[in-house]
Design a protein around this ligand. Structure first.
Ligand code: GTP
Ligand code: MG
Length: 344
């Protein structure tokens, strides 16, 4: 019975949006809130990703999330760059995500990379919500640090809340122009059919409890079957970036979405020509924040399990490509795995 070996993995959440609209700030806010909750160690920083466990999400979301209602382990957020030159990286991030957050600055509205991100989500059929960010910059805004949107909304003057409404309805209109039926998230009944818009501030934390609640709800309700993985099986992932790393040569930053990868594994990685067959030399994770001053930025790990972001050092990676598949061979036939990588 294979069910004994399956488990629910962390859903992968891509954070997409135009340059400077606040993607990284939003993740910083979530990390920062965990630090305030005295739980800094519980959030693990991955290569290109941040894992936030369920109990932390529930303590940030307050009464909005009861951990007993959920059995997914948390969320793995992938930050993507908004600058126009990073199209490939954005589309890799968007395509391998289970769900996404599209960040839109409420004042700046839809911009070229907002549209590009929507296109990626449309093509990959990734369910997403819109974070209408920087609500604290609405003129006259009165800040209620880290509060759910309903509470801070009630605390605004009519003039301020109608200014915000105007910007939010413009975003909803823009989404509709792109073929997405959207509404403020508390009016959305079916998140598969409608895109929920969540007003937030990455600066003040307002609306962040709502955002996390909606993300957990979405993944729990619509993703559960897809999250079932063979926890100890050979790893499967995607290359996010190919990078030269001092002391390691060419390395690949990968997002692992199934199984495990170990220090002594043989890997097949999609290359510019033929698939590359190579042996893992090191699995590297960023050091915890406290140790950032030590010589190496990385620490070696023996094994990682999905979902995770990890840097892999291995020989022969010169021809590896961003977006290419990665598969662990382990006790499978090498030819079969090479065939799968070729077919992807
Ligand atoms: P790229 O990675 O370059 O695409 O940008 P980004 O989307 O990650 O934006 P980032 O988080 O770097 O934020 C850009 C600027 O906006 C920074 O100066 C932030 O401090 C500011 N900012 C982000 N979110 C908010 C917000 O909610 N309110 C205010 N007032 N400023 C914000
Ligand atoms: Mg950023």
């Amino acid at each position: 019975d294979t069910r004994d070996h399956t488990s629910l993995r962390t859903p992968i959440v891509a954070v997409l949006g135009h340059v400077d609209h606040g993607k990284t700030s939003l993740l910083d806010k979530i990390r920062g809130s965990a630090v305030i909750e005295g739980e800094a160690g519980a959030i693990t920083q991955h290569i290109g990703a941040t894992a936030v466990p369920l109990d932390i999400i529930s303590s940030i979301a307050g009464e909005l999330v009861d951990p007993d209602d959920f059995d997914l382990p948390g969320l793995l957020f992938i930050d993507t760059p908004g600058h126009h030159s990073f199209t490939t990286l954005r589309s890799r991030g968007g395509a391998l995500a289970d769900i996404a957050i599209l960040v839109v600055d409420v004042n700046d509205g839809f911009q070229p990379q907002t549209l590009e991100a929507l296109d990626i989500l449309k093509r990959s059929q990734t369910p997403f919500i819109v974070a209408a960010n920087k609500i604290d910059t609405v003129p006259g805004w009165s800040v209620n640090e880290d509060s759910p949107i309903n509470d801070t909304y009630e605390a605004q003057t009519d003039r301020v809340s109608s200014r915000l409404d105007e910007s939010l309805y413009e975003i909803i209109g823009n989404l509709s122009d792109e073929g997405f039926s959207a509404d403020l998230y508390w009016r959305v009944q079916n998140f598969q059919r409608n895109v929920g818009v969540v007003p937030v501030s990455a600066m003040t934390g307002e609306g962040v409890p709502d955002l996390l609640t909606v993300m957990m709800g979405l993944s729990q309700r619509y993703m559960k079957e897809e999250m079932e993985i063979d926890v100890a099986g050979p790893g499967v992932g995607t290359v996010l970036e190919v990078k030269e790393e001092k002391g390691f040569g060419k390395t690949v930053d990968i997002v692992l979405y199934d199984g495990t990868i170990r220090e002594d594994d043989t890997l097949v990685v999609g290359g510019q020509n033929d698939p590359i067959v190579t042996e893992v030399r090191a699995l590297l994770q960023p050091r915890p924040l406290a140790e950032i001053r030590t010589e190496s930025r990385f620490e070696n790990v023996d094994e990682v399990g999905a979902a995770a972001g990890i840097k892999v050092a291995a020989p022969e990676l010169e021809d590896a490509m961003a977006g290419a598949p990665v598969r662990v061979v382990r006790d499978r036939s090498l030819d079969e795995v090479v065939g799968e990588v070729e077919a992807e």
